[in-house]
Write a protein that binds this ligand. Structure first.
Ligand code: PFF
Length: 481
């Protein structure tokens, strides 16, 4: 099957129709005679899938540590402004590109460029987006492996040993020992990658919609309990001040670039995931409303994660700019003396692992879908080759945390370079190109297919895509050069 997709399988229990009506086909850009695309049914299905992609390690692991590294409040404010001004319109654009073409990212740009008479090289923006998702997954899988390792050690009582004195040197020691052990890193990231492969290749986890249904509420519940507990034992006032009182003197050009890149990363933009998922979105779902809902959930999870972590950071004298280990070093500090800490700690890391898994599926899907369609390979072959090659690339990431722990790119190790480059260079460039494409190449007709005839969203969308986003990103890029 040419247009075969794991996520389509995953979501296809009862919900998904295997064919579209002629009416829908016309309004969605499909001509009669095209191969029937898979469409998710149900109003919430798409929102759940997109939220599952957006909410992940970016919210729980990355946001707190980059907020810490970049001075807190002012960075958070700029990040929120970017989500509102650029993230939400771009999210709508990508979902719209997917839904109006019902194709993978590369072919979606190709077909829209052809329809609008634009330059055929626009399809390379789709190619860049697919490569970005591939590169992100090569380090995402390693961090997800950390969550699995932490689940394992929490469940086996490592954080609840009464004989152990619990302080930051103990929890930092555990984290450093993990990074120093290539074998542990390889084992846990391989399990994670294997699970992602299993889901993407066979769609066996038909209940991913159900998973996301329980994941989101339980994640919010756990984060709320964590906030409560960490507020009770930690320094909550200092955390609120750090996260929400902007001190603009701490804002540098680099932190603005990082905030911009993270607003794309956290919404899964410029990496083909939202275009691919958009291609399964039912025609009667509202794209602007969906984009706001997904961004709202995403922001909420990131801010609650920050509010759970920083009271502990200040109470226990950790460095807010401690880097990627921040969450793994700070949270275990309270699992020790919390009632049911062993159960709660392991449940928390398990939930984090599942949140990473729902994002990883959306990171693997664009490459697999492209391989299937480009080379006419089976889904299994495409997924297996993607996974195997990713596994090899991820070994580089693993080794850059220990054996090859030396700077290879502007003073950054391979791990840090991939993390920085994907979000702040590739995604920013991809988002800029997407904005220009939507602002200048798409015609009123395509925008109406995306947003509906006479939609009030169209003029502001066009203005943002045509002027606001390109001018802002170009200014920022020039200033940084
Ligand atoms: N948005 C995800 C997170 O915050 O963890 C990461 C991500 C998923 C980025 C899917 C890009 C993507 F295509």
């Amino acid at each position: 099957m040419v247009f075969q997709d794991a996520t389509a399988f995953i979501f296809n229990n009862k919900g998904m129709s295997s064919s579209m009506s002629t009416k829908n086909a016309t309004t969605s850009g499909w001509k009669a005679g095209d191969r029937s695309p898979k469409i998710w049914k149900g109003k919430l299905t798409f929102i759940m899938a997109a939220a599952g992609s957006a909410v992940g390690l970016g919210n729980l692991w990355k946001f707190p540590y980059i907020a810490g590294e970049n001075g807190g409040g002012a960075f958070v404010l700029v990040y929120l402004a970017f989500i509102l001004c650029f993230g939400i319109p771009l999210l709508a654009a990508e979902i719209g590109i997917g839904r109006s073409t019902r194709k993978n990212a590369y072919s979606a740009f190709d077909s829209l460029a052809e329809k609008t008479g634009a330059n055929k090289h626009w399809k390379k923006v789709g190619g860049l987006a697919i490569s970005t998702s591939y590169l992100i997954l090569s380090f995402y899988t390693v961090v997800a492996g950390w969550c699995l390792y932490y689940f394992y050690i929490s469940a086996t009582g490592r954080f609840n040993d009464p004989a152990q004195s619990f302080d930051k040197s103990f929890t930092s020691g555990i984290f450093e020992a993990l990074l120093a052990s290539p074998i542990s890193l390889i084992i846990f990231s391989t399990i994670f990658l294997g699970m992602t492969y299993a889901i993407v290749t066979s769609g066996v986890v038909k209940g991913i919609e159900k998973t996301i249904n329980w994941l989101m509420p339980s994640m919010m519940l756990m984060l709320t309990v964590l906030i409560g507990y960490s507020a009770a034992v930690g320094d909550f006032d200092a955390a609120v001040e750090f996260l929400f009182m902007p001190d603009f003197s701490k804002l540098t050009l680099d932190s603005i670039i990082i905030a911009l890149g993270h607003s794309f990363f956290t919404l899964s933009l410029a990496s083909a995931a939202m275009i691919t998922y958009g291609s399964y979105m039912p025609t009667d779902n509202s794209i602007p409303k969906t984009a706001f809902a997904v961004a709202g959930v995403d922001i909420l999870v990131a801010l609650t994660a920050g509010l759970a972590i920083f009271p502990l950071v200040f109470k226990y004298g950790l460095e807010p700019g401690a880097g990627p280990g921040l969450m793994f070093i700070s949270l275990p500090l309270i699992f020790n003396d919390m009632p049911y800490g062993q159960l709660f700690g392991s449940a928390f890391f398990f939930m984090m692992f599942i949140a990473a898994l729902t994002s990883a599926i959306s990171l693997m899907e664009p490459t697999v879908a492209w391989l299937e369609q480009r080379f006419n390979w089976t889904r299994n072959k495409s997924a297996a080759l993607t996974t195997l090659s990713l596994w090899v690339v991820s070994l580089g990431t693993v080794l850059s945390l220990n054996e090859w722990d030396s700077p290879i790119f502007f003073g950054k190790t391979l791990f840090d370079a991939l993390d920085y480059l994907t979000a702040n260079v590739f995604m920013t460039a991809g988002a800029l190109a997407t904005a220009i494409f939507c602002g200048f190449c798409l015609k009123q007709e395509q925008l109406e297919v995306m947003f509906g005839k006479g939609s009030l969203a169209i003029p502001s969308f066009k203005f943002t895509m045509r002027y606001l986003a390109p001018l802002f990103v170009a200014t920022l890029t020039l200033a940084s050069i």
